[in-house]
Design a protein around this ligand. Structure first.
Ligand code: C2O
Ligand code: CU
Length: 465
C-alpha cells in the first residue's frame, strides 16, 4: 500500500494546518480515519472564525486512492447528531452507500463505522453525510475522493483540484440563514461568500505550454455556476469523473455535486493569465486564476489530444431497455404524505415537516426510521433502463442516482453531448433521457442535489431486486 494512501492529501486553503491521521505501521487497519466534528476555520474576509463541520483539520479534504484497490476508512462521529458517509458517484456495494435507515444504521454521536470498498472507476468523486444534510453541507461537511488510474499517468503536466462552495456566513464569520421556507420552495438558499478551495479566486502558477487538467467539483448545496475559461481554449474531458469524448467548454452548468474535468494547454507567453469564470450573471465571477510563469515546457508532444482513456462502464442496451418516467414536481398531491407526516417523531434529526417538492407526485421529506415509501420502480440487476426525466417545475434540479453511473442520451431543450454522469441538471420544462444498467440489488436513492429540495420532498429510490 503506497504511503500516499495512508495520508490525507491537503489541497487548497493553507489557512489550516494539515494534521493527517496517518496509520502507524501495525496500528488499526485503516487507510484513512475521518472524524466529523466542529472545527474553527478562518474564511477569507471574515473578521472571526467560522465553526465549520469537517472530517479533518484540512478543508477542503481530498483523499487519493487507486482504482480497484481496496481501501478501508474509519468514520468517527464527533458531532452532536447522527451521521454517515455517502460515497457519491462510486459504484460500490450497497452496504457501503452510507444512507441511514436504508443501507446502514445511523452512526450515533461518539460511534464509529468502517467503510471498505475497491472503487471500480477512476475520477473525481464526492463524499458527505446523508441526514440533516442542509446543516451538515452548509457547515462544510464534505470531502472529495480522487480515484487514480495508472492509464492516466503522464497525460498532463499539472493538475489542480478546484472545490467550489458558497459559505452562508456573515462578515464576522458566524453563520447566516441556512434555509428558509421561501428559498427551499424556490432555487435554494445561497451563500454570500463564494469560495474556491476555501479562498477567494485563488491563483495558481502554470508553466508556459503546460498541459493542464482542472478537476472541478461543486460541493455547494444550491449554486449552479456556468463554467467557462478565458485566456485559453478548454475542453471538457470528464463529467462526474467519467471520461467523455472531449467537447469545447462553453458555459457548462455545474450543479451541486456535479464534477467536470477541464483540460487546456497554457499559452506560451509568460505573464499570460487564464481564468475560470462563472458566467451565469452578465458580469462573470472569477473562480480561479492561472498565471503563466517559469520555463516553457517543450513543444514536442503538445499535439497529443487532451483526452482521457475511455470510461469502462456497463453499457445500457438501448434497443431492449425498459422505459420509465420520473416526474419532478412542485407541491404535493399525494394524500399519503399527510399520513406519513403524522408518523414523524421517531427520529427528529432526520425529519422535516416542510414539503415543497415531489417525485412522481409523491414526496419523501427528510429521512426517518419510519415512513419509508414504496420504491419509484423495481428493477432487475443487469437489465437496461431508459428513464425519461421531466422537470415540470419552474426551477432547475440536479438529479442524482446512487450506486449507478448513467448515460445522458438526449434532451428536449438543449444540445447535450452524450456523456456519463451520476448527477444531471434539469432545466425548467426540460425532458431528459438517461440510460443505465441495473446495478447491485438494494434500494438506491434518487434525489435532487439542491439539498433543500431533497429534504423537502424531492427524494425517492429505485429498488434493484
Ligand atoms: Cu451526494 Cu444522495 O447524494
Ligand atoms: Cu431540486
Amino acid at each position: 500500500m503506497s504511503q500516499t494512501r495512508r495520508q490525507f492529501l491537503a489541497t487548497g486553503a493553507a489557512a489550516i494546518a494539515a494534521t493527517a491521521l496517518p496509520r502507524a505501521a501495525g496500528a488499526a487497519p485503516f487507510d484513512f480515519v475521518l472524524e466529523a466534528k466542529e472545527r474553527p476555520i478562518l474564511l477569507p474576509g471574515c473578521g472571526g472564525p467560522t465553526q465549520a463541520w469537517t472530517y479533518a483539520e484540512t478543508w477542503p479534504l481530498a483523499l487519493r486512492v487507486k482504482r480497484r484497490q481496496p481501501v478501508t476508512i474509519e468514520f468517527r462521529n464527533g458531532l452532536a447528531e447522527h451521521s454517515s458517509i455517502h460515497w457519491h458517484g462510486l459504484r460500490i456495494p450497497h452496504a457501503m452507500d452510507g444512507v441511514p435507515w436504508i443501507t446502514q444504521d445511523p452512526v450515533r454521536p461518539g460511534d464509529r463505522f468502517t467503510y471498505s470498498f475497491a472503487p471500480p472507476d477512476p475520477g473525481l468523486f464526492f463524499f458527505h453525510p446523508h441526514c440533516d444534510d442542509i446543516t451538515a453541507l452548509s457547515h462544510g461537511l464534505a470531502g472529495v475522493i480522487i480515484v487514480e488510474d495508472p492509464r492516466e499517468s503522464g497525460l498532463f503536466d499539472q493538475e489542480e483540484l478546484l472545490v467550489l462552495m458558497d459559505w452562508r456566513v456573515k462578515d464576522d464569520g458566524s453563520y447566516d440563514t441556512i434555509t428558509t421556507d421561501k428559498t427551499a420552495a424556490r432555487a435554494g438558499t445561497f451563500g454570500r461568500l463564494r469560495t474556491t478551495n476555501g479562498q477567494l479566486a485563488p491563483a495558481y502558477q502554470v508553466r508556459p505550454g503546460a498541459r493542464l487538467r482542472l478537476r472541478c467539483i461543486n460541493v455547494d448545496a444550491s449554486r449552479i455556476p456556468l463554467l467557462d475559461i478565458v485566456g485559453a481554449g478548454a475542453q471538457v474531458i470528464a463529467t462526474d469523473g467519467n471520461a467523455c469524448a472531449p467537447f469545447p467548454l462553453s458555459a457548462w452548468p455545474l450543479g451541486p455535486a456535479m464534477r467536470a474535468d477541464l483540460a487546456l494547454i497554457a499559452p506560451d507567453e509568460a505573464g499570460a493569465v487564464i481564468e475560470l469564470h462563472d458566467v451565469w450573471q452578465s458580469t462573470p465571477v472569477v473562480l480561479a486564476r492561472f498565471e503563466v510563469a517559469g520555463e516553457p515546457l517543450p513543444v514536442a508532444g503538445r499535439d497529443r489530444p487532451l483526452a482521457l482513456p475511455p470510461a469502462e462502464l456497463p453499457e445500457p442496451d438501448l434497443a431492449n431497455a425498459v422505459k420509465l418516467e420520473l416526474d419532478l414536481g412542485a407541491g404535493v398531491t399525494d394524500p399519503a404524505v399527510a399520513e406519513f407526516q403524522k408518523l414523524f417523531g421517531a427520529d427528529e434529526i432526520c425529519t422535516t415537516r416542510r414539503v415543497f417538492w415531489s417525485l412522481n407526485t409523491r414526496a419523501w421529506p427528510g429521512m426517518a426510521a419510519t415512513g419509508k415509501p414504496e420504491p419509484l420502480a423495481v428493477m432487475k440487476s443487469g437489465a437496461s433502463y431508459v428513464v425519461e426525466i421531466f422537470n415540470g417545475t419552474p426551477h432547475r434540479h440536479p438529479m442524482h442516482l446512487h450506486g449507478h453511473t448513467f448515460k445522458v442520451i438526449g434532451s428536449s431543450k438543449r444540445d447535450v453531448p452524450v456523456h456519463w454522469a451520476d448527477t444531471v441538471l434539469l432545466e425548467p420544462k426540460e425532458r431528459l433521457k438517461i440510460a443505465f444498467v441495473g446495478g447491485e440489488p438494494g434500494d438506491w436513492m434518487v434525489h435532487c442535489h439542491i439539498i433543500e429540495h431533497q429534504e423537502t420532498g424531492m427524494m425517492g429510490y429505485y429498488r434493484v431486486a
